[in-house]
Design a protein around this ligand. Structure first.
Ligand code: XIL
Length: 347
């Protein structure tokens, strides 16, 4: 088969069974994963990438696209479905890149995790500074969810409907989340209902960081989910982002935490796994650091595999070349599973 031949235009997808040169198909992540278990990655673009000295990874980097297609069976737009990206002006949507990701996924037999619909971060200025009445805001959110979820109906496996709605102490974000602040907590149930109407087949998730273990924040989700399910709200999943650091111990109760949500009848998932570390002065992780990193990834994977209904395991980027970590955590990095040149780390 002609290897990179179809990647003539920027957005052409590599062939579905393409494997990077020198690598056997049976060695790819998607090949070794159990049947029905999706192994995913964030698709790099938007967000911090826009201030980096490289072109848009997903649309421009051929080698990146080849590894993306070969290794993964699930993809999550890293930024390209967030409000500021997909809905840049009140009366204008920018679907081009999100469309391209969904098309790429279909061409490569991948599922898509939609991310995200109700969040306090990465909202456009027109929304945050819009001075809208509560009625207007409600209409804006309903239209956005109906439009975006409806556009990809039947083509998105899981949606992160609500992202990071609780703070560390398990309190709802009533100040920095515009929707909860202006419309009250009832808007969360409405967001799930509107998403379900727009795509009855999508699995609808709560997603957050710092909820790997059993703690005040994950307890708050547990109580909220119980209530919403009792009220008949279409909530289908709970996911832990799992942005981990070797500074801290591995959250050993991850499996128990996922299982208690599974016992409520929910799907669970790991959605944004990475394991960052403090970089030595020369920027090169030590062998011991890489070993610890591999151990964390492996423990996270094992926890998910051990819990029935944890069928989606996503890493937040697969190459350090495009990782968000060095941009957001000073002095830390090397958080993904591949080096800048796409060669594999011990993990
Ligand atoms: C990050 C992206 O990786 C960056 O490109 C962007 O600049 C900021 O957001 N929790 C989430 C993700 O739910 O959307 C965030 O992604 C990382 C933390």
């Amino acid at each position: 088969m002609a290897l990179a031949a179809p990647v003539g235009t920027a957005l052409a997808a590599p062939p579905a069974d393409h494997v990077p040169p020198g690598q056997a198909k049976k060695d790819t992540l998607r090949w070794v994963a159990p049947n029905g278990f999706h192994i995913g990655t964030a698709v790099a673009g938007g967000g911090h990438h826009e201030s980096q000295p490289y072109p848009d990874p997903f649309t421009s980097d051929t080698q990146y696209r080849e590894v993306l297609a070969a290794e993964f069976s699930s993809v999550s737009p890293e930024n390209q479905m967030k409000w500021e990206y997909i809905h840049p002006e009140r009366d204008r949507y920018n679907f081009a890149t999100a469309d391209a990701i969904v098309e790429f996924a279909e061409a490569n037999r991948q599922v898509v995790r939609g991310h995200t619909l109700l969040w306090h971060s990465q909202n456009p200025a027109w929304l945050e500074q819009g001075d809208f009445t509560p009625d207007e805001l409600r209409t804006i959110l309903r239209e956005h969810i109906t439009t975006v979820v409806g556009r990809y109906a039947g083509r998105i496996q899981q949606w992160d409907v609500a992202n990071e709605i609780f703070d560390e102490s398990g309190e709802l974000r009533t100040t920095d989340n515009i929707w909860i602040r202006e419309l009250g907590p009832g808007i969360i149930a409405d967001a799930f209902r509107w998403a379900h109407q727009a795509d009855p087949n999508a699995e609808l998730f709560f997603n957050d960081y710092g909820v790997e273990g059993v703690n005040a924040k994950s307890d708050a989700y547990y109580a909220l989910v119980e209530q919403l399910l009792a009220d008949g709200v279409p909530v289908h999943g709970f996911s832990a982002q799992a942005h981990l650091s070797t500074r801290y111990g591995f959250p050993g109760d991850l499996e128990a935490n996922l299982r208690r949500f599974a016992d409520l009848g929910l799907e669970t998932a790991i959605t944004e796994l990475d394991v960052r570390m403090d970089l030595p002065a020369d920027g090169k992780p030590t062998a011991a650091q890489l070993e610890q990193q591999a151990d964390y990834y492996q423990q996270a994977l094992t926890a998910c595999l051990n819990v029935e209904g944890c069928d989606s395991f996503t890493i937040w980027g697969f190459t350090d070349k495009y990782s968000w970590v060095p941009v957001f955590f000073e002095g830390e990095g090397a958080a993904t599973v591949m080096w800048d040149d796409f060669t594999r780390k011990p993990v």
